[in-house]
Write a protein that binds this ligand. Structure first.
Ligand code: GDP
Ligand code: ZN
Length: 324
């Protein structure tokens, strides 16, 4: 081998963190400084899952400059965890939203717009399925009337009892922002939320200078066809990262077995220890211990309704597949 060729073969590789996925390429923040736009070389697919993106925001990677002077991601460190969702309603492929998370936080709003409880519970169940601790951030506390406040207190009690943290903030007035920043400090946190809840406003509050566009028009109508936007990571000033994930539809619930769904509702799972059959779906089977717990208000009706809706989607997928 000529010395020139050897030089190429021994190209130095740099370690870094994937902070953005632009579709065909990835932005990597290198540990030794700077950001590079990279393509992917090699096969990094997760066994048994068809993914549209082999590399995800939050991945630790090696970047190598090739002979053509382009930067390539040449290896990915094993992921601690990741969260995926179906690429589209009709697709069998899934999209890795983010990897190596410490926390998955859902930004919700009680009004303008309301976040449906089924959406909250689907998010939490997905986080359970992927082993990521989850929390709820209630935004827009500044516009709550007495009725909203009562609802908020009720939700705090419900979700805290199950084991989820619940924060109350206003991106507008700044209430609760310092405590939240403190809570997220040093962690890698996925932030999700239905359009309009104030996720961008909240990120702008937490990360001065993030300069995310707010009040943008929802891309929800296009989501049946493509995932049009991509996850993006921003650094918190005091340490830690936020991963802003776009869109709301179809978090996870991929490949759950019907009898497995209750495993991702901690309080239902606990009650199910008393069911006669190990594969009980809690829909009227003899000896079910969950249904009586719902009747006795030991399990909340709204949580049980969310559980049933996931079960229904798995068992009757055709009902949920909208034609374009
Ligand atoms: P996103 O779609 O979740 O990113 O929401 P945006 O950050 O774009 O906010 C949607 C709308 O809600 C904008 O008009 C914001 O000004 C408004 N908004 C965001 N946070 C708050 C809040 O805490 N209180 C009030 N009253 N309005 C908010
Ligand atoms: Zn049961």
């Amino acid at each position: 081998m000529s010395s020139k060729k050897r030089e190429k073969a021994e190209a130095v590789s740099h370690e870094g963190l994937v902070i953005r996925n632009t579709g065909s390429s990835y932005i990597v923040r290198l540990d030794d400084g700077g950001e590079v736009n990279c393509r992917v070389k090699g096969n990094f697919r997760i066994k048994g899952i068809r993914t549209t993106n082999p590399v995800a925001v939050g991945d630790r990677v090696n970047v190598t400059k090739a002979a053509d002077d382009a930067d390539y991601i040449t290896s990915i460190a094993p992921r601690r965890n990741y969260i995926i969702r179906r690429a589209s309603n009709l697709s069998k492929e899934s999209h890795i939203l983010a990897a190596n998370l410490d926390l998955a936080a859902l930004v919700i709003s009680l009004r303008d717009p309301i976040t449906p409880t089924t959406f909250i519970d689907r998010f939490l169940a997905t986080a359970e399925a992927y082993n990521v601790p989850a929390m709820i951030i209630m935004n827009k506390s500044d516009i709550w009337d007495e009725c909203d406040r009562e609802l908020a207190e009720g939700m705090k009690i419900l979700y805290r009892q199950i084991g989820y943290e619940v924060a109350e903030v206003s991106a507008q007035s700044g209430e609760g922002i310092d405590q939240l920043r403190e809570r997220l400090s040093g962690k890698v946190t996925l932030l999700a939320g239905n359009s309009g809840v104030g996720k961008s406003s909240l990120i702008n509050r937490l990360v001065p200078g993030a300069d995310l566009k707010t009040g943008k028009i929802s891309d929800i109508h296009h989501q049946g066809m493509h995932t049009t936007t991509f996850s993006e990571m921003v650094s918190l000033p005091g340490g830690g990262e936020l991963i802003d994930v776009p869109g709301i539809r179809g978090f996870g619930t991929i490949d759950f077995e019907p009898s497995e769904v209750s495993h991702y509702f901690p309080e239902i799972f606990k009650a199910s220890e008393g069911c006669r059959y190990g594969n009980c779906k809690h829909t009227g089977e003899p000896g079910c211990a969950v249904l009586p717990a719902v009747e006795d208000h030991l399990i909340s009706e709204s949580r049980f309704a969310s559980y049933l809706s996931i079960l229904d989607e798995i068992e009757n997928p055709e009902k949920y597949r909208k034609p374009f």
